[in-house]
Design a protein around this ligand. Structure first.
Ligand code: GDD
Ligand code: MG
Length: 363
């Protein structure tokens, strides 16, 4: 079976972490987000991946090459972004007539059972079947109205608060028959969610399959941290590169993942729920919990990072505090004694030398 993965687009909120990689390559427990998905697809009976790429395409091509986890990987390059539907149309020649295929948003982490989804799709005999997940607030997603037979009666993308037909949302994972390509206009940007699903629903050809388990779209900092926590929890132990570089008096609390070439100074405490990428240097007396630190970053003595994401090659000098859903972009410098809290976003390469205590984006 083939799977087409939508791996283009910008990912606005997490963009400050994208200097050298698209969000599909962001680390979760020291492995790229998409690695987790590819491994599960290989286990779920998929043999070939069509990676639909545009933004930072070459970073993906360089990272994966022609094969990974025994999957063949074919790249479908868009000259300009074709949205979520255009890439499916563009892949027409790469898809096999008569065979249904999977379509996946690339920015999702989940343990949805692909085989069960495909079986359900075949039983129902529709043109497409969407995996659905129940969430408390559907307004960031595509919400559906489902009947007792599993028909999607209505599909509403990004419903206003209070106007969603239900709390069941599109998990960004579908099984699609090739005939659906007839519903997608050629040669332009198309939104599957706004232009294709509503029509299929109206014609009674769209089904929904409620899935259970964990599911996160990593699109905003809180969700990315949650995804990291879920992955670490499902692999309880602390994973570590070279142990020598961690001072004897430092403590690593599980679950956490520490890359290779990481240095940790005396009396620092790291974890739980923390991923530290390769070549990160942590000084002495630091506290890092519930956080993700990208590669090559330096965290100076007596600094603390809680519920935050720090991009690559950033520098936190000494006595710095970064907290509460804040996001520090790649190559940023935060100088001595500065506090960043309350969901502040700092764009790449900035130097910040004054504390920021209210939600804000520093451009
Ligand atoms: N190849 C390609 N080209 N991929 C794209 C493009 C493009 O022009 N634009 C977006 N993508 C990819 C993104 O990288 C992402 O993996 C996926 O398509 C969905 O785009 P997002 O921008 O992340 O959409 P969303 O999260 O707001 O909403 C979508 O996902 C929700 C589930 O997380 C919708 O499908 C919702 O209906 C759904 O509930
Ligand atoms: Mg998304």
């Amino acid at each position: 079976m083939k799977a087409l993965i939508l791996a283009g687009g910008f990912g606005t909120r997490l963009r400050p972490l994208s200097c050298t990689r698209p969000k599909m390559l962001f680390p979760l427990a020291n492995q790229a987000l998409l690695d987790w998905t590819l491994r599960r697809l290989a286990d779920g009976g998929v043999d070939t991946i069509i990676l639909a790429v545009n933004y930072m395409a070459e970073a993906l091509v360089r990272y994966y090459g022609p094969t990974k986890f025994d999957l063949g990987i074919i790249y479908s390059r868009e000259e300009r972004p074709l949205g979520t539907g255009g890439p499916i149309k563009k892949a027409a020649d790469l898809l096999t007539d008569g065979d249904p295929f999977l379509v996946l948003n690339g920015d999702i982490i989940s343990n949805i059972n692909y085989r069960r989804l495909v079986e359900y799709h075949k039983e129902k005999g529709g043109l497409a079947t969407i995996a659905l997940i129940r969430v408390p607030d559907p307004s960031r997603y595509g919400a559906v109205e489902l009947d007792a037979e599993g028909h999607v009666l209505r599909f509403v993308e990004k419903p206003e608060k209070g106007e969603a037909p239900s709390n069941l949302i599109n998990a960004g994972i579908y099984v699609v028959e090739k005939d659906v390509l007839d519903y997608i206009p050629d040669g332009r940007k198309v939104s599957t969610e706004k232009e294709v699903f509503p029509i299929l629903a109206e014609e009674g050809k769209l089904y929904g399959f409620e899935a259970h388990g964990f599911w996160v779209d990593i699109g905003v900092p809180e969700a990315y941290l949650e995804a990291n926590r879920l992955i670490l929890e499902s692999h309880r132990e602390v994973t570590m590169g070279e142990r020598d570089a961690v001072d004897e008096s430092a403590e690593i609390l599980e679950p956490s993942s520490i890359g290779t070439g990481v240095r940790v100074g005396a009396n620092s405490v790291i974890g739980p729920n923390t991923s530290i990428s390769d070549h990160v240097h942590v000084g002495q007396g630091c506290r890092i919990e519930n956080s993700i630190i990208f590669q090559g970053t330096t965290i100076g003595d007596y600094s603390s990072v809680k519920n935050a994401i720090i991009g690559e090659n950033a520098t936190l000098e000494k006595w710095v505090k970064v907290e509460s859903g804040s996001l520090i972009g790649d190559y940023v410098t935060i100088t001595d004694g500065v506090t960043i809290t309350q969901g502040v976003t700092i764009c790449p390469s900035k130097t910040v030398s004054e504390s920021i205590l209210q939600p804000r984006q520093v451009m």
